[in-house]
Design a binder for this molecule. Structure first.
Ligand SMILES: [Zn+2]
Length: 402
């Protein structure tokens, strides 16, 4: 057999598990062949790994630039206090550029070791630029726009466009504008972002009960956020509909030709009502991906998203992210899958692996070269150990082998 051949108890090709299948890669890691039903000779010639093999993981949501904030923010404070603490930390001059870049570099290396091959990375700065110029990982940079006062909209858009241009000039990776969250972006700024026709949007969505309460009723803990920041609250307060229903139409209005509507990645969805999921799925043409970051949800709110409802309406569109080390102790897709399996035992291993590989690759628009063991792609080969009856065990590890 030409190339290097690998086999395991089960091999996941991006869509399903195949017992004792063989995957063959060349020296550069390009897939030469996927043999679902190998003969005895093909199996003997392959290097065997106990457990399973799968394509490299896609971490759809991360903020690598916050890696220096690991263990700095208390757990389970709720989103408003988390954000206030985060902003305080970000303004703390005690963290030098060196400290930040060392933390980002370490995060990037750990993601590589854990089998991650691509990352959807939210950026507000150029802090991670030196690391991105030499990393073997693929990144999609989401340049985050934020600003509640309507009068700031033009300025915030210009800043974001400038930052996106820097990213595109100095790295090989795509960079697109994206709103931070419904409660932190004015309607004017939302329409400005939409007018740039970004191909891909990744927005924090319904991460707290407070977010919906603000939009539906116009009161609740969000008021404290606006007061603490010394700004007038978001003008959509009390509009009678959830934040998702308020925001989605900005990106689903018919764009002027020849642009096509953007793909949307909605991140967290911890408090998304089932009726909102059904509405979003049936109402719009845009591909809408639902990104789960369960460990960050437990860290910040102590709650988990409505996974059963998401699976009922949009199983093909579920993806996984780690969020940042400010709200997580690892940047590991395997640990996120373990967390999901533990809290939602009905999720099958194949579903989790599909969310972590093929779905994630589609969400970040890199499915032509990542996400499955298709000949010609270079998705990475990951070994996961200690699988017990198609379930991860506490000691399961992920390691990149090609
Ligand atoms: Zn985030």
């Amino acid at each position: 057999m030409k190339g290097r051949a690998f086999t395991a108890d089960e091999v996941f090709d991006g869509w399903q598990l195949w017992p004792h299948a063989v995957v063959v890669v060349d020296e550069q890691g390009y897939i030469l062949q996927f043999i679902a039903h190998p003969d005895d000779r093909q199996r003997r010639e392959a290097v065997y790994f106990p457990g399973l093999l799968c394509p490299g993981f896609i971490n759809v949501h991360c903020h690598t630039e916050l890696s220096y904030l690991k263990d700095r923010i208390p757990r389970r404070t709720g989103l408003v206090d988390f954000i206030l603490k985060l902003m305080e930390m970000r303004n703390d001059q005690a963290f030098s550029c060196d400290v930040k870049q060392q933390a980002i570099s370490l995060a990037d290396q750990q993601m590589q070791q854990e089998g991650i091959v691509a990352v959807g990375d939210i950026v507000n700065t150029l802090d991670s630029l030196p690391i991105k110029q030499s990393t073997p990982l693929h990144y999609h940079h989401f340049v985050e726009c934020m600003g509640v006062p309507e009068t700031l909209a033009q300025q915030r858009l210009s800043q974001a466009l400038k930052l996106a241009a820097e990213w595109k000039t100095h790295t090989v990776f795509p960079a697109t504008l994206t709103p931070h969250a419904p409660y932190s972006v004015s309607d004017t700024l939302l329409s400005y972002i939409a007018s740039q026709h970004p191909s891909l949007i990744s927005m924090h969505n319904q991460e707290s009960e407070a977010e919906n309460a603000w939009f539906v009723f116009g009161h609740g803990p969000m008021q404290r956020l606006y007061d603490s920041l010394g700004i007038a609250p978001h003008a959509a307060a009390g509009c009678g509909i959830t934040s998702l229903r308020h925001v989605l139409p900005f990106f689903t209005m018919p764009p002027s030709p020849p642009a096509t509507p953007p793909s949307l990645i909605l991140v967290h969805n911890t408090f998304t009502p089932e009726t909102d999921i059904a509405w979003a799925v049936t109402e719009f043409q845009n591909p809408i991906y639902w990104c789960l970051c369960p460990k960050a949800n437990l860290y910040i709110e102590g709650r988990l998203p409505p996974v059963k409802a998401l699976m009922a309406y949009a199983s093909d569109m579920i993806v996984i992210g780690t969020d940042s080390l400010a709200s997580n102790d690892t940047l590991s897709i395997l640990e996120e899958m373990k967390c999901l399996q533990q809290h939602f035992p009905f999720i099958e291993l194949e579903s989790l692996l599909r969310w972590a590989t093929w779905n994630g690759a589609r969400a970040l628009h890199c499915e032509s070269w990542l996400g499955s063991f298709t000949p010609g792609k270079r998705p990475g080969v990951v070994h996961i150990s200690a699988i017990d009856h198609r379930r991860f065990s506490a000691s399961s590890n992920a390691r990149r082998i090609a």
